[in-house]
Design a protein around this ligand. Structure first.
Ligand code: AMP
Ligand code: FES
Ligand code: ZN
Ligand code: ZN
Length: 387
């Protein structure tokens, strides 16, 4: 499609169909500073435009200041970060992202240059950016990709991660859920008391731990960002789920032989991570997982973004206030593992001790895996015996 950008005027061509929001993101345009016009009518960022459409992106901030200037060098800015009341050129934006990661790592003693770090890389913007940042900052960071078997979505994500590893000559561990454990995420639909997303989360935590343990990594890092953590906290606060709040940390110490778990992107928003990838030329999976549908975390993110729109900085104050003033004081003595850990009789990994001492301990992953495999077997059996 043709995209006419104004003030100064230029015309760009973008492949369609594409969401207006995604088109703006390509040009690092803050949707709140422009009107988007199609065939004489205004359109919002969620509208999908056809390939032959023509869009005008018209700036609306008056005052004659011209395009925003970089906070550091006064060159033309490519992105504004309202929370910091600052704009950056590409180079200084990358510096800003690294500074925030540095601050996160130092403040929570997440890792040292001697540590061997395993980064869980999904192919999405956050975790690819995280791996890129840690490598550039000189950390000993290897990647781990878990193939969840979600059709073309998983195949494409896996390819992007493998391509990135090859381009950086970095070590990547790949685990295929179906090959290794006999089921994939689509097989886990229709279980009683557990959604496929629930099984997915449990499988990820298990495989991340297992690979970290088997390969002797000191630290396990994930790409959870400010939006993820603030939305999680909002969900926990709304239901006063205090045990979850006690465990909601950006740096969980190692316990029972399991690696330390850290989230070095917790000070950076979703939009900043996407911008980092665009600026650094990192190709990532823009599509959401097709199994997500109507996920509650997305609703909490929307609610927080609405607050952020009128009061920039709300999200960060909410999360950082919790980490600094609540987590570290009220929950400081909470043992993250909760109970004493024993070896699972199925897989040997640490799990909580059963209340009855005569029962062999089986971890949540082994129990769930058995149910998923059995229910898939029953489904196949039914299909096979149909006339
Ligand atoms: P999510 O659970 O999709 O919100 O992802 C949170 C974090 O988990 C990501 O930032 C990654 O670090 C990690 N992750 C998610 N999916 C995968 C995957 N398939 N393989 C490796 N890491 C993943
Ligand atoms: Fe786990 Fe979509 S990534 S269900
Ligand atoms: Zn600059
Ligand atoms: Zn087990």
């Amino acid at each position: 499609m043709k995209v006419v950008l104004r003030n100064p005027s230029r015309t760009e061509v973008v492949a369609g169909p594409a969401r207006v929001g995604d088109v703006l993101a390509r040009f690092a345009i803050n949707p709140e500073t422009v009107l988007v016009i199609h065939a004489g009518e205004l359109v919002t960022k969620d509208v999908v435009m056809a390939d032959d459409a023509e869009l005008e992106v018209r700036p609306v901030i008056s005052g004659g200041a011209g395009p925003a200037r970089c906070h550091q060098c006064h060159g033309t800015a490519v992105i504004e970060v309202r929370r910091h009341n600052a704009a950056y050129c590409a180079e200084h934006f990358v510096d800003h992202v690294r500074t925030q990661v540095r601050e996160a790592i130092d403040r929570h003693r997440m890792m040292s240059y001697d540590d061997r770090i395993l980064v869980a890389v999904s192919g999405g913007k956050d975790s690819l950016a995280l791996w890129d940042l840690l490598l550039d900052m000189g950390y000993r960071a290897d990647g781990l990709y878990l193939g969840l078997g979600i059709g073309e979505y998983s195949d494409y994500s896996g390819r992007l991660v493998a391509d990135y590893a090859a381009a950086r000559d970095a070590t990547l561990h790949t685990v295929d859920l179906a090959g290794e454990y006999g089921y994939d995420i689509p097989t886990a639909t229709g279980l009683r008391n557990r959604s496929s997303c629930g099984v997915c989360g449990l499988s990820k935590r298990y495989v991340f731990n297992r690979v970290a343990l088997e390969h002797g990594y000191d630290v396990m890092a994930t790409g959870h960002n400010l939006d993820d953590e603030a939305a999680q906290l909002l969900g926990n606060v709304l239901r006063w789920q205090t045990p979850f709040m006690a465990r909601q940390s950006v740096a969980l110490p190692d316990s029972g032989g399991l690696a330390r778990k850290v989230k070095p992107l917790y000070r950076l928003g979703e939009r900043e991570m996407a911008a980092y990838c665009v600026i650094r030329g990192l190709e990532y999976v823009v599509e959401e997982c097709p199994m997500v549908g109507g996920n509650t975390v997305l609703r909490y993110k929307d609610a927080l973004n609405e607050l952020e729109r009128t009061s920039p900085g709300t999200k960060a104050q909410f999360l950082f206030g919790f980490l600094d003033r609540v987590q570290s004081t009220h929950f400081a003595n909470a043992d993250p593992a909760g109970e004493q850990l024993v070896a699972c009789s199925g897989c040997g990994l640490p799990t909580t001790r059963p209340r009855q001492t005569d029962i062999a301990p089986v971890c949540a992953f082994c129990r769930t895996r058995e149910r998923v495999v059995a229910s898939a077997g029953r489904r196949d059996g039914v299909t096979a015996t149909r006339p």
